[in-house]
Structures are given as structure tokens and as C-alpha cells.
Design a protein around this ligand. Structure first.
Ligand code: PMP
Length: 306
């Protein structure tokens, strides 16, 4: 249960963190946000926030796109997060949601001449896709928002209508997740996760110019694959039909973590079971996020004093 929120400059009981129906971001989607996971390490009795600085660096980049200026540095945002999680006292995995938004209560679509604010709350959080062993994905009939319409590189609240269309279409059609194409028909990403496939032992993922969110998980998986697993990683456009000839495929993201894809458009991906490359990546990722790999311990910020 969530007890507190950071709201209008301070930590308050969650019941007091309320915005008006006149709020600009509520009316026009003029906010941007992050999703950050904190992992409970049972052995150390410690809660570790994973990749805090990269998330807040991205939040501030999203803010730049939306012309939101916050009076907080990356470091300060990290301190606020630790303080909020400490107050919650979670002894389980959790998810932190900071959201920067246009707070003015006025009619008028624009980015300029508006007040900005930041809110933050945290919830206990487990798995995101239930079938982590192998999700059933479908190519969406919806296309990804384009950089010249709503930039996907910013984690902008309004653009999540696009994600919602594709996710709901997939689920109503009996799938777990959508694979969304760009306007010119290349693979972009999932509804709220980045996408990788494996061909001949090589990892392939769309480049940041394919209207993807520049995922924090994507970045670390590229690093783990190259430096720790000795894999070749290519960032290049992916054709739709490469989905049908891939050996393995997976989604990755803070929420979904590393989720193997068993079928795409009802066709088995490789054997249709969790493959060896995805398994290797997934196992290493889960050890890294819980602070169990010395090389990556610095990516894990402890919440509780020891
Ligand atoms: N793409 C989209 C559209 C997302 O919403 C997310 C989740 N934040 C991701 C990719 C994965 O990004 P990250 O690894 O930074 O969580």
C-alpha cells in the first residue's frame, strides 16, 4: 500500500496529493514521467533502486522537450526518491513513478508560460508480463508515434495513448503484448518496452532513430551482452519479416524486465520456448538488478542505512 507522495515540494500523505480537473497536464497530456524499479535483496535486507541516475537524466531530457523546468538536479531527485522509499518502508520490490508536469489551471494548449511541478509516488510491484517464459506478441495495426508528431524519445504522458491503443488491441485479440512498427514499417518497440531479436547468435535491436524510447534497460542489456556475455550487438532497422525468421526475441524495460517472446503473430519464435541467449541475458540481468554482481553494484542505490 502506498502511504506517501512527494507533492508540491514536500512529502505528504498520499490522500493529500491531489490535482485539479483544470490541471494542464490532465487536460492536454503535457507531462513526462519515469518508471523506476527498486529491488528487495533478502540476504542483505536492503532495497536497491536500479539505475536511478540514468532515469533522472532521462526525466530531465523529457522535461527539456516539454519546456518543463524543475528546481531539482539528478542528485536531488535521487535523494527525494530514497527519502520517499524510506518513509514507505518497503521490504519487497517496488516501483517509483516521478512525474513532471504543466501544473497551471488554465485553458490553452501550449508548452510556454505555464507553471511546472513534480510529483512522485511508489507502489509495491512484481511481474509485469505474467508469462515471462514466453509472451505471445502480435504486430500492431497501430503505428508508433513519429518524432515529428510526438517524440518517442521523451517519456511524455500524452504519447502513452499510442501505447494504450496498441496494448489493448493486442490483449483484446488474445495476445500478451504488441510489437509496434514505425510509419515506414520497421520494428520500433513494444507498447511500453524495447525489443531485441536474436539471429545467428547476434543481438539486433532498432536504433534510437526508429521512434523508440531510449530505454535504460536496453542500454544496460547492450552493455551486458557485449562486455559480459561476449555477444555481438547490432543497432539497425529491423524488417517485419525478420520477426518471423528470428531464432529468439525478447522485450525489455524497467517494468517488463527481460521477457522472452514465444510467438509472434501466432508463429513460433525459434523453438517457441525460452532460448539460450535470452535465458543468459535474463539470468544476468536479474542478478545485476538485485545488486548481486560486483561490477554493477554502483547501478544499485541502497535505500536503507546500514
Ligand atoms: N519503450 C517504452 C514506450 C516504454 O514506456 C518503456 C518503459 N519505460 C520502455 C521502452 C523501456 O524503457 P526503460 O528500460 O527505460 O524502462
Amino acid at each position: 500500500m502506498t502511504k506517501y507522495a512527494f507533492f508540491r515540494g514536500q512529502i505528504v500523505p498520499i490522500e493529500q496529493a491531489k490535482i485539479s480537473i483544470m490541471n494542464h497536464a490532465f487536460n492536454y497530456g503535457t507531462g513526462c514521467f519515469e518508471g523506476i524499479r527498486a529491488y528487495w535483496n533478502e540476504q542483505e535486507e536492503q532495497l536497491y533502486v536500479f539505475q536511478m541516475a540514468p532515469h533522472y537524466e532521462r526525466l530531465l531530457r523529457s522535461c527539456r522537450l516539454l519546456m518543463i523546468s524543475l528546481p531539482y538536479s539528478v542528485e536531488k531527485l535521487g535523494e527525494l526518491t530514497v527519502e520517499l522509499l524510506r518513509r514507505e518502508g518497503f521490504r519487497e520490490d517496488a516501483y517509483v513513478r516521478p512525474i513532471a508536469y504543466k501544473a497551471s489551471e488554465v485553458i490553452g494548449v501550449r508548452l510556454h508560460n505555464l507553471e511546472d511541478d513534480l510529483a512522485m509516488f511508489a507502489v509495491p510491484f512484481g511481474k509485469y508480463i505474467e508469462k515471462e517464459e514466453g509472451a505471445d506478441a502480435a504486430v500492431s495495426s497501430w503505428r508508433r508515434v513519429d518524432d515529428n508528431a510526438v517524440p518517442a524519445r521523451g517519456k511524455i504522458t500524452g504519447s502513452y495513448v499510442n501505447a494504450a491503443f496498441s496494448k489493448t488491441e493486442a490483449v483484446l485479440n488474445g495476445f500478451d503484448e504488441a510489437i509496434v512498427l514505425t510509419q515506414d514499417g520497421h520494428v520500433s518497440e513494444g507498447s511500453a518496452e524495447n525489443f531485441f531479436l536474436v539471429r545467428d547468435g547476434k543481438l539486433i535491436t532498432p536504433p534510437v532513430t526508429e521512434n523508440i524510447l531510449e530505454g535504460i534497460t536496453r542500454t544496460i542489456i547492450i552493455q551486458l551482452a557485449r562486455e559480459d556475455l561476449g555477444l555481438t550487438v547490432e543497432e539497425r532497422p529491423i524488417d517485419r519479416t525478420e520477426l518471423y525468421v528470428a531464432d529468439e526475441a525478447f522485450f525489455c524495460g524497467t517494468g517488463v524486465q527481460v521477457a522472452a517472446i514465444a510467438h509472434i503473430d501466432r508463429r513460433p519464435v525459434g523453438t517457441g520456448k525460452l532460448g539460450p541467449v535470452v535465458k543468459q541475458i535474463r539470468d544476468l540481468y536479474f542478478a545485476v538488478v538485485r545488486g548481486q554482481v560486483p561490477k554493477y553494484k554502483a547501478c544499485c542505490t541502497p535505500v536503507y542505512p546500514k
